[in-house]
Design a protein around this ligand. Sequence first.
Ligand code: G4P
Length: 532
Amino acid sequence: MSKITPRRTFAIISHPDAGKTTLTEKFLLYGGAVQLAGSVTARRNQRASTSDWMELERKRGISISSTVLQFDYNGFRVNLLDTPGHQDFSEDTYRVLTAVDAVIMVIDAAKGIETQTRKLFEVCHRRGIPIFTFINKLDHPTKDPLELLDELEHVLGIGAYPMNWPIGTGQQFHGLFDRRGKTIHLFERVSGGEYRAPVEIFGLHDENMREHVDARVLATAQEEMSMLDGAGFSFDQDAILTGRQTPVYFGSAKNNFGVQLLLDGYLGFAPDPQPRRSAQGFVPAEEDEAFSGFIFKIQANMDPRHRDRIAFLRICSGSFSRDMFAIHARTGKKIRLSNAAKLFGQQRETVEEGFPGDIIGLVGHDDFGIGDTLTVDPAIVYDEIPRFPPECFALLHSPNPANYKRLRDGLDQLLQEGVVQSFQLLNSGSRTPVLAAVGPLQFEVVQYRLENEYGATTRLENTDWKLVRWVHPDTDLKQLSSKLLPTTTFLAEDVLKQPAIIFANDWALNYFLEQHKEVKLSDEPWPEESQK
Ligand code: G4P
């Protein structure tokens, strides 16, 4: 049997607090990767031992850095990529989404579609990523399940096909009807959800049914189900695989209810590793192709005991074996991939082999950057991963000049990881870097890591600047800077010395555009071709 077919590489996306972390834990429980998926409180205290490692994450109770968890379940090799929930880290999430074949979208049944759900959904939808939906927290009062389906269809614009249906909700939640398996799974409230909750399965016409299910609740559920059947919406695997229909599962992650139905359903219907687009066209995810992959995430100092740098690579074609050589497409260098690791929280294991869909952590290579291709076939170069336009800007001061070198070294590393972007103001005589980010929590991460990993204390001066635009390389900058720019507009350059202008707000940008009709601006760096 092919090594590729049983592989499933995916991420869970959600608005914070919908239950992504809880669901991840329950999946790990099924995969045998953790013995006991502790209650959330216990997890908060032990975060470092499962999927989060940064002290800051523990302190703030948020998930910042994405992790990759691999486990085997029912003949499948599961690669689960965790994504940061907070919107300030949406760029990191976006990068992770370039490395998956499908996603599970978790929705809080009481809240329906929330802002972050919608944003993440749109990213997936644009990329045509198949989306599976888990409507969580059925044990608590919820919106009407039919209304939730309607939201999926009308707010997100995706066809929704319920794979199971809740029998009652909140205090009246009795269980789920599996529409394809034609069975009823009864819910038992067990405190804490710490162990696998017992699930009893009855046939639809089981005589015991009425003993377990309140007659009125059952009647409502049956009515709803006949409405669903009557609506004539059919399960369409093709539409699922192209992201036009989402299979919907209901349940309660905390109570470990409906989780196995979701996991089994997901693994059965989700795509195996898909071909990946390169400059030369699609590269098939086949084992007998040339080895290739791309780096979607870099993180240094994940483990204080090692203090090294790991580049996460998604294998796209061929097979990886320890110590093999590959070409680093951006520099053309031939590199021996000797130090590849699989990570589980803080634990590392050397990877001997890998196949399309797998994620490997390449330890120590300073040259690797986000979006880089590694391949044995020089014709394969994967598309770059676009950056998000920053919306927050701050000056990073070094109160102690003796620390300046440490600050520079640390900042260079964090810039390579894409934690923030950085600019240098031109014509200001100041060496103080301007940090730019999607959200201010990214600045906190920079300050925290500079201090903890590089011993450099810093002072952050927030600004009310809001936008950056890259100036076309043909522009005569001398002329531009000689015409006095308004005080809310600053000429700057990025780390690759590409000229840009930072604006305080839309008004300043529009004013500039009116005054300088000849200047071409872009909200991302100009591509190399335009720089000749
Ligand atoms: P996130 O990663 O998406 O941010 O969410 P997370 O799993 O951390 O869950 C957020 C909160 O929702 C947690 O509560 C968690 O226990 C709760 N939760 C998750 N699944 C369910 C469910 O099926 N039913 C109910 N009722 N709650 C659920 P918390 O108050 O932050 O922590 P704790 O008091 O439960 O420890």
